[in-house]
Structure formats: C-alpha cells, structure tokens
Design a protein around this ligand. Structure first.
Ligand code: ADP
Ligand code: ADP
Ligand code: ZN
Ligand code: ZN
Length: 838
C-alpha cells in the first residue's frame, strides 16, 4: 500500500472498469455514500465492478490461500490503486429468479430461533421427551412428516389425471401420461401382444382392464412384433415367429411416480408432474412435520401456525414473553424457573430482529413465505434487516437501489435501517435513484454525464448541496428543481373495466373499476395489495376472458414443490369490449440462458442476419441468414457451440465460466467471421451498444426504428448481444416495453406494468413516461403499479390501495385524478403526491 492514503477515506486511482474513464475518487468511510447518474453512466461499474470486486478479492485472498487459485478466474477490476478499503458485503438485487428453495424464515434465520424456542421452551404433552431443534424442521429426517417427506402435500396418479381424454383409444394415446415417441409405442405394442384391445375408446374398456394398464405393479416381459396389426401379431405369436425384440411393460402410475422420483431431467419431471394430482397430506394436514413435533406448542400454537402468522402478529404474540409479562401459571413459575429464563432470552432475540423487519415495512410477510414469491426489493430488504442485527463492524455494505419497490412512506424506515448500520461503525455505498435517499446521503458521487461512452466520469464527489453548482450533472436538475412541473389536465376516462368479488392474498371480495383509454397508476405501501390486484387478478381475469394462453409456468425449480397456486376468485362485470389484447410488461427475464439476448428477443437480429446474408461474400459462398445465428451449427464456433463461454469445473467449488479458447468469446467460426458488412463482422455488431448500432445502421430504416425505441426507454447503453442472464429485472422490463412499442399499436390494447421505473434515473423516468403517454395517445390503456410520485402525478387516474400492508391493507382508499387523491386524508400516498402537483 502506498502512503498516499487519506485517513478515514477510501481512495481510488485510475479506475477503468467498463466505461470508466481513468477515474480518481476519494469517499469517506463510516458514511452513507450514494452513487447517482443516468442508467449506464457507470455507477455500478464504480461501486460494484471496482470497489466491491476489489474488496471481495482481497478478502478471499486473506481468508483462503486455496481461493488464490481462483483469482485467475475472478475478474480483476481495471484500476491502478485502491487504498483504505474495508471488507465488503454486497446486497445486490437478484438478477433473474432465485433458484433455491428458501423462505423468509430461513433467509432471516428466524426459523432457527423458533425451533430453538420450541425445543427448549415449548409446552410438551405429558410424558413426551424433549425434542432437538432439528426435529422442528420439515427439511430434516428427524422433523419431516414421514408420509409426505415434509412437503405437506401428497402426489397421486389417478385415472383422471393420467387419461385426460377418455374418448380416445389406446392407439390414439388415451394414456397421455405414458412416454411419447418410441417408448410409448413400445408400451402399446406390448399391450397388443398381451391381447388388449387398443382400438376401442378408453371409456368403453372394462374397468379391470383399465385398472391393470394404469395401476399394476407387474412388469411382464413379452415378445414384441413391431409394425404388425393386432391380427398379425396374434398369428405371429401362434407360429412362434422371431419377434422384433422382447419388451417389458410398465403400468402408467408406476412409470409416472418412478420417473418423478428418479429422473434428473427437469423437463421430464415437469412432463410427468402434469399427470399427477396433489392433495394436502392427510397425516400432517399440510403442516409438514412429524406428529411429535406438532404436539409441542408455544403460546398455544404449534410451530407451523406461528410460521404462518404475519410478522406483525408474530411480534404481538412474542412481545409479552420477551418482556416477561406473559401469563404463565404460578405452578410453572415455581417448577420450571429455568424454562422461563430461556423463553425470555430467545423471545428477546426474536423481538429485536422482528423490530428491524417491521421497521423496514415487512411486517406483512410470514416466515413460511417462499422467497420465489417475493419481489427482489423485498428480498434485499430482508437481507438488509438480517445484516442490521448481525453486529458486524467496520465493513462496507454495497447496495443496489434499496428503495426499489418501496412507497415513499416505507423509504423513511429504510433510511433508519441504513443509519443504524452506519451507527454500528460501518460504511455504506449505495447506488440509488430515489431523491429521498439521495438527499439523505452524507456524500454524493455523481457519475455521468450520459450513458456508456458518453459517461464514465465522476462529475461530482462531496456533500449533496455542492451538486447544485455542477451544471453538467443530470441529477442536479431533479435534486434542486427550479420550477414546479407544468400543471396538466388529466385525460377523461373513455370507459370502465369493472371487476367484482376479487379475493386473493389480502384482498377480500373487492370491487374495483379501472378507467379505459387513460394512464392509471396504482399506488400504496409495500404489501398493501397492488400486485395481487393488478399483476395477478387483473392480468389473469382479462387473459382468461380474452382467451389468451395462460402464462408459461416458471421453468426453474420444482413445480410441485412450489406453493400451490391460489384459486382465482373474482370476475369482470363490464368493459371487456374496450380491450382487444392484453400486454403484460413485467420484470421476468427475457430468457434464462446466454443464448437469448437483447438482439434476439426484440427481433433486431433477424434484420442484422439478413443484411449479412445479402453481402457479396455471403452470396458467393451461399451463406444464408441462418449461417449468422449462433444457435445454428453451420456458422457458430464448434467448440463452445455458440455460447462464447465454456464451463470450467473446479474441485469443491462452484464451476465458473471462462471465455471459449477457440473463438475467444466471439461465438462464431472463423469462416463466418470473414463475412463483413460495412467492415464489421457479425460478432462485432453484437458487441455494439444500442447507441453505436443506431449510428452504424443509419440507412436501415427498420433497424433504426427498433433501435430508436430502445434508446427511448433508456437502454442505449446495452450491447446488442448482452445475454439475457446479465440483465436486471428493470432492464428486461424495458426491453419488453420497447419490443411492444415498435409494433404498430392499433389501439384498444391494455398494457399492464409493474414498477416500470425500477433502476431508472429521474431523467430516464421522464423519457419512459413520455413513451407511456404516447401509447395512451394512440388509443390504448396503460395501468402501472408505481411508487415514483412524479409518474403518479403525470398519470390521469390514481387507485390507492391500503391503507396499510397485509391485513391492514387490501382496500381501495382513494381513486380519482391525482389532484383528488392528493386530498384524501386516509391515503398514505396523498402527502407525497401533493408535493409533485403544481
Ligand atoms: P449504471 O450502474 O450507471 O447503470 P453500469 O456501470 O452498469 O452503469 O454500466 C456502465 C457502462 O458499462 C455501460 O455502457 C454498460 O453497457 C457497460 N457495462 C456494464 N457491465 C458490463 C460488462 N459486464 N461488460 C461490458 N460492459 C459492461
Ligand atoms: P404490494 O404489491 O402492494 O406490495 P402484494 O399484492 O404483493 O402487495 O401483497 C399483498 C399481501 O398479500 C401481503 O400481505 C403479501 O404478503 C401477500 N401475498 C402476496 N403474494 C403472496 C403469495 N404468493 N403468497 C402468499 N401471500 C402473498
Ligand atoms: Zn405430511
Ligand atoms: Zn467458441
């Protein structure tokens, strides 16, 4: 380390990661440092790519000499020197969907505390032995209900589930659960040999026959005569002709259950799961634990009941035990004084941790809630709350937009939690767009001025007030607005889409009217019910009414192990005639493998490949457009099969990806790369940013238009070939929006968006709103769940849900134009909205 270090500061010299332009920076430790700038300006490259990456590298180096081997794989940030950097913990928003099965209880480790509590201080039935804490976990053999193995549900294959259409014959694949292709044919041929009638509709077969085919455990091996009719087979058998082969029969249920239990192919498992039905486990009644564990209670509840309570109610239940004021019998006090002390200790610890969670506005969650159903913002706040209680000292927390998904009223609590971490002797580096968080900073680092090549400089580093003098900053104009936004007259609704009897999560028989032909924002604190109403019920009802295909189920994770889907309650009573098509623009990834990217998803790449195929070289070599796809064998690199990367297996450690040694990450074979369009090969085009491509394809109107809309939604900084797996939820959402925008909008479309401004700088928000207004002007309806009050103020109609979260929400508190909602006394949104209205 050099002697240049400034005491109490982290100093960075010569940072060049991604678009950073040889940046020097000094930021204070033990302070809240907020990094701002438009999307793509380089905030993350500085906070995560440089500072966090380097802290992580040094940490690994210090703890594990073995990990040193990995450094050749780990990216070394492009920077000359960093001094004064403490170890770092990153609380980054999850990209894509979480793959592991975890719950609120496991992420916060509160489940462990509860198990300890039940083990040591629970009320046991007379004569029962004390249980270990593990016995209260459905994920251990000691705890899991033996009948359902801790799943809470049991799965069965029934005639109805395996034979969905009983008018079909066996030859027509009545037994749909059986494998397709060769194996299925084989099973049918065996039935022919066995003398079963495969040409009579299933429902006309005798019950005994149907039961044997479906449910038998016998596995007879018989000669099979492939391709022969039943009559011919009979004759062949009689004459003892040489069969095609010997085939072994498997009953349909046996096949389904066995495949489900043993297959390693996710798609196979998914396929057979379709032919099973699940019911609540009769032994544990869905509570997943052994009877002994369920017989232990605390405050009158078994542990699963406690795990199902919203944290708010859990806190109310625990409070008297923590305070030592809970009613316990004089007998217990006299006989088990030690138990009371243990109870109080554990309860106090649980209460302290619950306090932080409640303070962060997460009191509506329950411990048994699975993390896949949480938004990335909720997950990040859960992890933040866990850190606040961890009593780490002297570390730097690097956070990515912690305010995402937070109503302004919740942001206040977030700032308190950040202050607590800071007061505990830690540093906070936060990438943020919310003005309330930016104003709260001790130190501001504004990166810019624009995105990509146009950014990468530190425009300002210092106390927030100082930014006022920096004219190049795009953040300045929002942090220090010179004039109120112009007053605008809301558009009048053109009709109403009416829902009634809506019941889902915390909504109970709710009626709600959405205006058509205008821009509506749906507001409310986190957990009030906005997504339940808009992203779930509204989407499902409209999709069903319009006869859309239901949305594809998530590909990852085990479908059957996910929470059972809620039944859809509610109906549309009016207004459907005003909607031609539903377009949902959500934050789900645009693809789950590096094979899909911005260019393939938007359709841009089809044009690009055609341009390459039309070049002289391509024509002379007879290369068609397919040659320029990395998903087609002829043109791609054979070594990595067009991935650009190869997986390197490491002993004891997760495998890492390394650039393909043959193509160097270009994805194509050398022959393909010889073809150039205006002196660039196809790999070079994929490496261009949207902005660069917009210049490059200046005389290709269709491409230019598609690129234009991507720029309009603030994505000019993305590379065309940026893999889907590297995109944030907000970026995925804006790519979907851009894709929709470039389709000729013919009006009467219903666009539904969930927090479209996540990850956007106020300047980008302004451009996004302009796009949404354009959609409405073209005769469409836009409904967006939103927290950014500038967007709410710019909408025509506001539906405010609440007033609180979970059980304290779920009602419509106010509905009307922004100026009306801003006056409603019960609305938590009103005071914040008021500030943005002229
Ligand atoms: P911000 O956090 O301000 O939105 P980023 O730091 O993510 O900006 O991006 C800054 C620039 O670096 C952008 O032009 C972006 O496309 C580029 N960039 C980001 N990540 C990568 C990467 N993994 N490889 C190459 N370029 C990247
Ligand atoms: P918002 O979108 O306003 O943040 P949500 O609609 O996500 O609120 O949540 C409303 C209530 O429904 C909360 O109490 C939440 O915990 C509950 N909830 C939401 N999704 C689920 C789910 N998949 N399973 C169980 N409860 C849920
Ligand atoms: Zn069970
Ligand atoms: Zn390769």
């Amino acid at each position: 380390m050099s002697g240049k270090a400034r005491p109490g500061y982290v100093t960075v010299r010569g940072a060049r990661e991604h678009n950073l332009k040889n940046v020097d920076l000094d930021v204070p430790r033990d302070a809240l440092v907020v990094f701002t700038g438009v999307s793509g300006s380089g905030k993350s490259s500085l906070a995560f790519g440089t500072l966090y990456a380097e802290a992580q590298r040094r940490y690994l180096e210090s703890v594990s000499p073995y990990a040193r081997r990995l450094f050749h794989q780990m990216p070394v940030p492009q920077v000359d020197e960093i001094d004064g950097l403490p170890p770092a913990v990153a609380l980054q928003q999850q990209r894509g969907t979480p793959t592991t099965r975890s719950s609120v209880g496991s992420v916060t480790t509160l489940s462990n505390s509860l198990r300890m509590l039940y083990s040591r201080a629970g009320d046991y039935p007379p004569g029962q032995e004390l249980l270990y804490a593990e016995s209260f976990s459905p994920n251990t053999p000691e705890g899991a209900c033996p009948q359902c193995h801790g799943l809470g549900r049991v799965y069965e294959a029934t005639e109805a589930s395996m034979v969905p259409d009983d008018t079909l014959t066996i030859r027509e694949r009545a037994v749909a659960a059986w494998p397709t292709a060769w194996h299925g044919q084989n099973l049918r041929d065996i039935l022919v040999t066995l003398g079963y009638d495969v040409d009579t509709p299933w429902r006309e077969l005798p019950k005994k026959t149907r039961d044997w085919i479906l449910f038998t455990d016998e596995q007879p091996t018989v000669p099979v005569y492939a391709g022969l009719t039943p009559e011919e087979t009979k004759r062949a058998l009689k004459r003892k002709e040489t069969p095609s082969y010997q085939g072994t029969f498997t009953g349909a249920r046996k096949y389904v259950l066995q495949t489900f239990a043993t297959t390693e192919s996710a798609s196979m498992k998914k396929r057979v799961a379709r032919y099973m039905v699940s019911t609540e486990c009769p032994a544990c009644r869905g509570r997943r634990l052994r009877p002994e564990a369920l017989s232990v209670t605390f405050a009158g509840h078994d542990i699963m009941e406690l795990a199902r309570l919203p944290l708010q109610r859990l806190a109310r239940t625990m409070a008297p035990y923590a305070a030592g004021t809970a009613k316990v019998s004089a007998k217990q006090r006299a006989e088990h004084p030690e138990k009371l002390i243990v109870t109080q200790r554990i309860a106090q610890d649980v209460m302290a941790r619950l306090d932080v969670l409640l303070d962060l506005g997460l009191g509506y969650l329950a411990l048994d809630r699975g993390t896949p159903t949480l938004s990335p913002g909720e997950l990040q706040r859960l992890r933040l709350a866990t850190q606040v209680r961890s009593n780490l000292f002297g570390v730097v927390y690097v956070l990515d937009e912690p305010s995402a998904g937070l109503h302004p009223a919740d942001t206040v609590a977030l700032l308190r939690a950040l202050d607590r971490l800071k007061a505990g002797g830690n540093s906070l580096f936060v990438v943020e767009h919310a003005l309330d968080v930016i104003r709260h900073a001790d130190w501001l680092v504004d990166v810019g001025p624009a995105a990509g090549e146009g950014g990468g400089e530190v425009l300002y580093s210092g106390a927030p007030e100082g930014l006022k003098a920096v004219t190049a900053s795009q953040t300045r104009r929002y942090l220090f607005p010179e004039e109120a936004p112009p007053a605008r007259a809301p558009r009048p609704p053109q009709g109403w889409l009416k829902l009634a009897g809506v019941t889902r999560n915390n909504l109970h028989r709710l009626s709600c009217e959405f205006p058509l032909g205008v821009l509506t924002t749906v507001t409310g604190v986190s957990g009030s019910g906005k997504s339940s109403l808009v992203s779930q019920v509204l989407v499902e009802l409209v999709a069903r009414a319009l006869g859309h295909e239901p949305e594809a189920a998530p590909e990852e994770g085990d479908e059957l192990e996910q929470q059972a889907p809620e039944t859809l309650e509610g109906h549309i009573t009016a207004g459907l005639e005003g909607i031609r098509r539903l377009v949902r623009v959500d934050q789900k990834p645009i693809g789950r493998t590096p094979r899909s990217n911005l260019a393939t998803y938007t359709g841009l790449f089809d044009h690009v490949r055609k341009l390459f195929a039309a070049t002289k070289t391509a024509k002379s070599r007879r290369y068609d457009a397919g040659r320029f796809s990395f998903n087609v064998a002829k043109g791609r690199c054979a070594n990595c099969e067009g991935e650009g990367f190869v997986m390197v297996e490491l002993l004891f450690l997760p495998s890492v990806y390394a650039p393909c040694p043959v193509c160097g990450g270009a994805r194509y074979n050398a022959k393909t790369l010889e073809v150039t369009y205006r002196e660039r090969n196809v790999a070079e085009v994929l490496a261009m940013t949207v902005d660069a491509a917009w210049d490059f394809f200046a005389d290709e109107p269709p491409l230019r238009r598609a690129l234009e809309v991507l720029r309009d939604v603030g994505l000019g900084y993305l590379r065309l070939g940026q893999p889907a797996t590297e995109l944030s939820g907000g970026e995925a959402q804006r790519i979907k929006l851009a894709t929709e925008l470039q389709r000729a909008a013919r009006g009467s479309m219903l666009y539904i968006l969930d927090e479209p401004t996540t990850g956007l700088h106020p300047a980008d928000v302004e451009r996004l709103v302009a796009q949404l207004q354009k959609l409405v002007d073209a005769g469409n309806t836009v409904i967006a769940v939103e927290h950014d009050m500038r967007v709410v103020a710019a909408s025509d109609w506001v539906i405010d849900i609440g007033p609180g979260a979970g059980e304290e929400g779920g009602r419509i508190v106010a509905a009307g134009p922004p100026s009306t909602v801003a006056t409603i006394a019960d609305s938590r949104t009103a005071p914040y909205l008021k500030r943005f209205l002229a």
